[in-house]
Design a protein around this ligand. Structure first.
Ligand code: PMV
Length: 328
């Protein structure tokens, strides 16, 4: 049916982080980044074109979204409309199967699903590279959710070249991510604010850029070898460096909660005992543990004993953006 489309996109976990924009409007990053698209967390979004004169609407999980979310989404739609020479009011309905703003980057699945449903509702002739570019304009990490499995977002030099590419969409590797949700509340410092703070004030930012570019090359090679140990070590080290960088902003800040450190210590202890697992954290206190499938139960039991209130959800890798048949 012309004029309406629904897309599903999965969230992704950055193994090598995007943490800083050199162009805030175009969301061009200082470094490349690498992620794993996750099968367990996703957003489904429908875009429906409305008759001229109607009011655009944005429903989030079935109810009208708040002013801030609506503003962000409508601004984004205006950017895409200008870029693709289309116009008119739209009705957007998004259902999130990702905890909001809790460090699991629901924005990555949200803007990827929105870009794809927008493109199809307007019958735009775009390939996945253009979808990645469009998604990036909504949220940097969304550029990577267009593809499945292991994905690299090339820093690029401009709007044209700063896009994601699939590294391995169907990895053989037995890699599971356990999301340990310590706190699902809205984060006090958004990812945009956090990254802007380090770009503008940290004396260590150049070091971060250099080390992250180096880590990207090593991670790409580790993925090509399907080397779980190297992938885990590189991901954990890069996450620690991102969070260390935040402490060097002026003023310094952290996303860590006391329980974050409890999980990090437990992951280290498990590894010492021979249960191979690694941790990574985004812009929030929650920890994501990378593990072999056979160890998931044991890791969850250990973490549950330490933090009975923390919820844990595990997910292996997932596919790129896909379209759903229209039901609405
Ligand atoms: O895409 P944004 O603006 O929500 O930023 C995401 C930042 C991190 O999740 C911390 C890192 C990343 O590469 O996804």
């Amino acid at each position: 049916m012309a004029g309406v489309a629904t897309a599903r996109a999965h969230t992704n976990i950055a193994l090598i982080k995007y943490w800083g924009k050199r162009d805030v409007t175009l969301k061009l990053p200082y470094t490349s980044s690498i992620s794993l698209t996750l099968g367990g967390f996703f957003t489904e979004t429908t875009v429906r074109l409305l008759p001229a004169g109607s009011q655009s609407t944005f429903l989030l999980d079935g109810t009208p979204a708040g002013t801030r979310e609506t503003q962000r989404v409508m601004n984004y739609i205006a950017v895409l409309q200008r870029r693709h020479g289309v116009s008119g009011p739209v009705a957007i309905s998004s259902v999130n199967h990702v905890p909001m703003a809790a460090g699991l980057a629901s924005s990555s699945s949200a803007f990827s699903a929105l870009a794809a449903s927008f493109a199809r509702a307007y019958e735009l002739d775009v390939d996945r590279t253009e979808l990645s570019r469009m998604a990036r304009l909504g949220s940097g990490s969304a550029s990577r959710s267009v593809f499945g499995g292991f994905v690299k977002w090339n820093r690029g030099t401009d709007d044209e070249t700063s896009v994601a590419v699939p590294l391995d969409e169907t990895p053989r590797l037995d890699l599971v991510m356990i999301a340990v949700e310590i706190d699902t509340g809205r984060k006090a410092i958004s990812s945009s604010q956090g990254m802007q703070a380090v770009v503008e004030t940290s004396a260590y930012y150049e070091t971060w850029v250099r080390e992250t570019e180096r880590a990207c090359s090593l991670m790409e090679a580790a993925i090509a070898r399907q080397d779980f140990t190297a992938i885990g070590q590189l991901a954990q080290q890069n996450a620690l460096e991102m969070h260390a960088l935040n402490l060097t902003a002026r003023p310094g800040f952290t996303y860590f909660a006391p329980a974050t450190l409890t999980v990090l210590a437990a992951v280290g202890k498990l590894r010492e005992e021979g249960v191979e697992c690694y941790s990574t954290m985004d812009a929030g206190p929650n920890v994501k543990v990378l593990a072999h499938r056979e160890n998931v139960k044991e890791i969850e039991a250990r973490l549950h004993a330490l933090l009975p209130a923390a919820t844990m959800t595990s997910s292996s890798c997932g596919p790129g953006v896909e379209y759903l048949p229209e039901q609405r």
